[in-house]
Design a protein. Structure first.
Lengths: 230, 230
DNA sequence: ACAAAAGTGTTCAGCGTACACCCATGC
DNA sequence: GCATGGGTGTACGCTGAACACTTTTGT
């Protein structure tokens, strides 16, 4: 038994699709494997569970090791159990997706298991190891559904963001145009955003107001049976 | 190693919440365990995966062994991975729920592992083994959400059913009253039901028309981007 | 001063909701 | 003939969708 299998549960792993939003496009964080199996191929960050570790704990540990990030939005995608998904023996993997505001974090570029770590645009994905493309597809499908029914889009932006940024995010994820006025009316009407007295100075033209998501109000609304719908 | 652990994957199991609808109430099929661990306790039908078996295959196998039923609606609930959920060693279980029209099937009452098999009303559940109550709660939550967003309620009724039966089903699952005229208008307006030229003769008073779910039309509507909403 | 992006209101159609009476049947 | 449950239509308010011009600011 190779040393890296010590203390791990050999047939249960977790793999994580890390979504980021940058330059008006949805990106995914992949790493290039330094070790066999699938040495040299791009893959989703993932790994085996340790003894006594919960699956979500493992996912967070692996995310931290890969991206240097903790305290992020994580959502389960499901179990992947194809008989031959892992070449050497049978491994069940639990897929997650994470939402990250990319440039909040310094990437861990390389290490023992990693030749390279890189963000890829959805339309420029490389070939992925094992069934990772499949996991990614399901994760994306779940994300698209999720953003319409839960206020999770904000996780992909900075704490402070403008309405044009938010709308752009939705347009990219949903792959369709939204009407500016209707979008603003709806999202503001939910009272989930706090308008700040600051403007976004990075903008080339007219500066837009910054907003932030109001967790407190959201909790209160949830208790009253509110459901987010876009 | 006891003989029943031969050929199985010892740390992965599946457990199934079987929902049935009878006498205007939602019921759940449980069995009383004939063997340790948890001998004498009520539990969800479940068991370990076999080598080379997909999780859903295992769930269907177990359902058939428990209820005598094949070819039914199955839906994944999620992975349950608490460290101490199974007393002897760590077992990951994948929960499912099944929807069944109860009296279509003869129950397998007892066997090597089963003292008794019985339908329980939701409000008369016995204490359950391990974390099975938790699995049941999550399954119920998912079912309540599901019936509002997918046409799955029919799975709990006979192939031919009346609109009052369907409405009653929804009222029980959602635990609230629905307006008769609005319910009919909405459900008929979707064109998912075929009205038959038969009436329900079992009724004590005025006989109601029988309908059946039109799979064909549903498929076509789905392709056009239709989404079921109640 | 002009180009580019931010910001703002109104109208209309369709849908969800509330609501009351007649009909068929078994007893 | 009466009690029980089946079956039917309309009016109103809200919400989603379509749509165009003014304001700000950097160059």
């Amino acid at each position: 038994m190779p040393h890296w299998l010590k203390g791990v549960i050999k047939n249960v792993s977790t793999d994580c699709v890390i979504f980021g939003f940058e330059n008006s496009s949805l990106e995914i964080l992949l790493y290039k494997r330094a070790q066999n199996p699938s040495k040299g191929k791009w893959a989703l960050p993932g790994g085996f569970l340790k003894q006594g570790e919960l699956i979500e704990e493992a996912a967070r540990r692996i995310l931290k090791d890969t991206t240097g990030v903790s305290d992020i939005y994580l959502e389960a995608v499901g179990v992947f159990d194809d008989l031959d998904r892992f070449p050497s023996w049978r491994v069940f993997t639990i897929g997650y997706y994470a939402l990250v505001s990319p440039h909040n974090y310094k990437l861990i570029i390389s290490g023992t298991y990693t030749i390279e770590t890189k963000w890829f645009r959805l339309d420029e994905l490389p070939e992925l190891a094992w069934d990772h493309k499949h996991i990614l597809d399901i994760a994306l499908q779940k994300l698209r559904y999720r953003v319409l029914h839960q206020p999770v889009g904000f996780e992909l932006l900075n704490k402070k963001f403008t309405l044009p940024q938010l709308q752009n995010l939705y347009e990219v994820i949903l792959a369709r145009q939204l009407d500016k006025r209707n979008f603003r009316k709806k999202i503001i009407g939910m009272n989930l955003l706090k308008k700040l007295n600051e403007k976004d100075s990075n903008n080339k033209r007219r500066a837009a107001y910054l907003y932030k998501f109001d967790e407190e109000t959201y909790r209160k609304l949830l208790e009253r049976g509110f459901t987010f719908e876009l």
